[in-house]
Design a protein around this ligand. Structure first.
Ligand code: FMN
Length: 319
């Protein structure tokens, strides 16, 4: 088994989030202190069929490294084929999604559905390792399907015996979806029994809360999701390199940098439509957010975005 990159196993990784963590956002996160990133989830079936949507998700920049590619699916053989395809693309590790609770994904027996069938989950780990050509394989799970059906506490040892080199635990059950406080005791039990590094995930609303969760659970690393959307400065505070609160000029520069990276990847006018979702998140929590938001959801050009940021900066400077 090849060890997982240190930046993932013992660092602060940007969580995979479909619809948000594209190459541009991952690059911004790395520039602000994230020590590793993971792609949005990619279907093993789509990859095998060279589906254009799945292939588009595989583009990344060198500066994002270390980067993991996340695969989701149901059948071990499909994971092996997909692992063999992505293992030649320059990624640093392959991550298996066994946590997605979205109905469409569960209907195809993928994502968190794997938590209901531990033998199949472990076969998926073996198959992915077999196809990975020596790349590290990591597994992202939840605490179980529901509180009556938790994963075994020794899931780390079981996954390691099939070739996994790190385990990420989102401290919720599938039945919790994304709500409610994270169940840190569940992460602690799994981390305490695991021979491979455990990365804790869930509810990292602030850098201090995230660090507390890592220390309380005995996890070695952290995976940060929603807390970092619109707040890439989250990572520099985690790393002790600065504050989560940017200065006004810095705020404007970072959002424009994010937009320009997106413009290199996505053709106009689609890029502006796509960027609206990110922009709204950057403006969340601002005084006067409602009026800024209505401007943000209508942006159609780089100068529109600059105009919204100009308004936002005025608010920041007077705050
Ligand atoms: C919009 C959105 C998309 C997500 N997409 C993925 C995904 O593609 N793969 C995955 O493993 N988890 C996905 N997740 C779950 C996150 O990676 C993470 O486990 C979850 O949000 C809990 O962490 P947080 O509380 O820090 O956000 C997604 C979550 C959100 C909110």
């Amino acid at each position: 088994m090849t060890p997982a990159p240190e930046g993932y196993a013992r660092g602060f990784t940007l969580a995979p989030m479909a619809g948000f963590t594209d190459s541009a956002f991952r690059t911004i996160a790395r520039r602000h202190g994230a020590t590793a990133v993971v792609t949005e989830m990619v279907s093993v079936q789509g990859l095998s069929r060279r589906n254009s949507g799945s292939c588009r998700l595989l583009a990344f920049r060198e500066e994002e490294k270390p980067i993991g590619v996340q695969l989701y699916g149901a059948e071990p053989e499909a994971f092996e084929r997909a692992a063999s395809i992505v293992s030649r693309m320059g990624f640093d590790f392959i991550d298996i999604n066994a946590g997605c609770p979205v109905r469409k994904v569960l209907a195809s027996r993928s994502g968190a559905a794997l938590l209901r069938d531990i033998p199949r989950l472990l076969d998926v780990v073996s198959a992915t390792s077999a196809g990975a050509g020596g790349l590290p394989v990591t597994l992202k799970i939840r605490l179980g399907w529901d509180p009556e059906n938790p994963v075994p506490d020794d899931i780390g040892a079981l996954a390691a015996s099939r070739g996994a080199s790190a385990l990420c635990v989102h401290g919720r059950f599938r039945s919790d979806m994304f709500d409610g406080p994270v169940r840190t005791a569940g992460i602690t039990a799994i981390a305490g029994a695991s021979p491979i590094p455990v990365v804790a995930n869930g509810d990292s609303t602030s850098p201090s809360a995230a660090l507390r969760m890592r220390d309380e659970t005995g996890a070695s690393g952290l995976l940060i999701g929603r807390g970092a959307i619109g707040r890439p400065w989250f990572f520099r505070e985690l790393a002790g390199l600065g504050s989560i609160q940017p200065a006004a000029g810095e705020f404007r520069e970072t959002v424009m940098e994010h937009l320009r990276l997106s413009m290199l990847d996505v053709p106009a006018p689609f890029v502006f439509h796509m960027f609206r979702g990110q922009l709204v998140r950057y403006l969340k929590g601002f005084k006067g957010a409602a009026s800024l938001r209505s401007l943000a959801v209508g942006v159609e050009s780089e100068s529109d975005v600059a105009g919204v940021l100009e308004e936002a900066s005025k608010i920041m400077e007077t705050a």
